[in-house]
Write a protein that binds this ligand. Structure first.
Ligand code: HEC
Length: 135
């Protein structure tokens, strides 16, 4: 005769659900941050563009635009050239509009840059064009 206790019913494992939830949440958040950073959007915690304090065109350009449009505006992996082709002939007002309102996939900078900063960097785009056409 054995006195073995009856096996306890198999326990559910609520922690498994909690664990899955945490893993999925972290993965989701990671993706969001990753995409945000890739686009340098406000969703990226490492590029808080609201702290942009530069007031001169070249620095604002270097910090916010060169990533996509290249250091001298000739274009880069994320954005077209602004100093050659059709975009080299748009007006200052059109540049300001594009920067302020964005042009998908280009993010809008309204809110991230002040109106003064937007004016500065837009003016700098004209300077970049000028430099490019000077022999
Ligand atoms: C995430 C990449 C990215 C960043 C950052 C970015 N741009 Fe752009 N930009 C683009 C793309 C892509 C286009 C083309 C959009 C289109 O025509 O559909 C564009 C277009 C433009 C245009 C042309 C608009 C027009 O009407 O043709 C200007 C001017 C411009 N960007 C200026 C800037 C300035 C100034 C900054 C920084 C304040 C900046 N961009 C930051 C990607 C970017």
């Amino acid at each position: 005769m054995t006195d073995e206790p009856v096996a306890a019913p198999r326990r559910r494992r609520p922690w498994l659900w909690v664990l899955s939830f945490v893993v999925i949440s972290v993965a989701g958040l990671g993706t969001l941050i990753g995409v945000g950073c890739a686009l340098r959007a406000n969703a990226c915690p490492f590029t808080d563009r609201s702290v942009e304090t530069a007031s001169d065109g070249p620095t604002i350009w270097a910090n916010n635009c060169s990533l996509c449009h290249g250091p001298n505006g000739a274009g880069g992996p994320g954005g077209p050239s602004l100093i050659a082709g059709e975009r080299a002939s748009i007006s200052l007002a059109e540049i300001v509009d594009a920067v302020r309102g964005g042009k998908p996939p280009m993010p809008r900078f309204k809110g991230a840059l002040t109106d003064e900063q937007i004016a500065e960097v837009s003016g700098y785009v004209l300077e970049l064009r000028g430099e490019a056409t000077t022999p």
